[in-house]
Design a protein around this ligand. Structure first.
Ligand code: PEP
Ligand code: MN
Length: 342
């Protein structure tokens, strides 16, 4: 439920309600906007009556949140979450491009890609050091060595790093190197991983499970927020449908749907969403037009030699061309790409 306070309510009033709610076993989350102060309380609704909060003179109204997701909902927080990461913000006016190889394969492969995407206007470097692979015989990632290369690339280019964490045992390690922790599609409902990631003080990008409904996805984000991590962004990366021409079906309707239901930023991954590099640019454009707060795209210096996802990886020249196209579009949409100069 949310408790909307009357205009002008101060710290003392907030404190009193918070204390009462906590005494009744509620988890309390405060959302202070310019216009309104909203207190979100999650707990046993039957204990609410005895509190009689509406009788307090500084309470405007008490509204139950009927949806199963609470903290991620727009009702709980009407204003957009803006995540600050170094010099960047995600979820505000800026739009960001996260780009890099599917997997960190070697130091030279990563550094070459990092410099190329930086010059073309990316602000974040992606690259998996721990790879969740369909086959146990496929390359599983360079692990900590890969994380070290990502950190070196960040130092050389100024790009911030987003990388996936696949296992609860690696959360602390990955968080030492990453600026954003990625939770992959296969792990969207790994609730133990979500709870661990919720404890670290790093933003998280939560990819949509290949067969997850919007509600399941939002409930997964609820785990992160309930566990104390409020810096969460969604990432639409396509879902499994009957279509086989594309690797997945990129469900761009989720972008406006999420923006309507939630205050959290939404990123789109047209690489995994299509599985074909030729479709990446058009779907990236469509994602921006639909209101995405950022894109995550795979780039490889030699896609034909990539150990994973070569078919969906752009070459650096193609990435540059895409950025030029996107830059024109994003300016027309009044949300310029942050890393693009001019
Ligand atoms: C990835 O980003 O390389 C990845 C494995 O993505 P997903 O979890 O969406 O399949
Ligand atoms: Mn990939």
């Amino acid at each position: 439920m949310i408790i909307v306070l009357k205009h002008g309510s101060g710290e003392a009033e907030i404190e009193e309600i918070t204390t009462r709610l906590k005494e009744e076993g509620f988890k309390v989350h405060l959302s202070q906007g310019v216009e309104k102060t909203i207190i979100g309380a999650v707990g046993d609704r039957t204990r609410l009556q005895s509190l009689d909060l509406e009788a307090l003179p500084w309470v405007e109204k008490v509204v139950p949140i009927l949806a199963p997701y609470k903290l991620v909902s727009r009702e709980f927080q009407p204003v957009d979450t803006v995540i600050r990461i170094g010099p960047h913000t995600i979820g505000g006016d800026e739009v960001h491009m996260m780009a890099g190889p599917c997997a960190v394969e070697s130091r030279s492969q990563l550094l070459e890609t990092a410099h190329a995407v930086k010059v073309a206007g990316a602000t974040f470097l992606r690259g998996g050091a721990f790879k969740p692979r369909t086959s146990p015989y496929s390359f599983q990632g360079l692990e900590e060595e890969g994380l070290r290369y990502l950190a070196e690339a960040r130092e050389q280019t100024g790009l911030l790093v987003i990388t996936e964490v696949v296992d609860v045992r690696d959360v602390k390690l990955v968080a030492e190197y990453a600026d954003i922790l990625q939770i992959g599609a296969r792990n969207m409902q790994n609730f133990f991983l979500l709870k661990e990631v919720a404890k670290v003080n790093k933003p998280v990008m939560l990819k949509r499970g290949p067969s997850a409904t919007l509600e399941e996805w939002m409930m997964a984000a609820e785990y992160l927020m309930d566990g104390g991590n409020y810096n969460v962004m969604f990432c639409e990366r396509g879902i499994r449908t009957f279509e086989t021409y594309t690797r997945n079906t990129l469900d761009l309707s989720m972008v406006p749907a999420l923006h309507a239901l939630s205050h959290l930023p939404v990123i789109v991954d047209p690489s995994h969403g299509t599985g074909r590099w030729q479709l990446v640019q058009p779907m990236a454009k469509a994602a921006l037009a639909a209101g995405a707060d950022g894109l995550i795209v795979e780039v490889h210096p030699q896609p034909e030699k990539a150990v994973s996802d070569g078919k969906q990886s752009l070459t650096p020249p193609n990435f540059k061309l895409m950025m030029q196209e996107l830059s024109r579009l994003s300016s027309a949409l009044d949300r310029p790409l942050k890393g693009v100069v001019g």
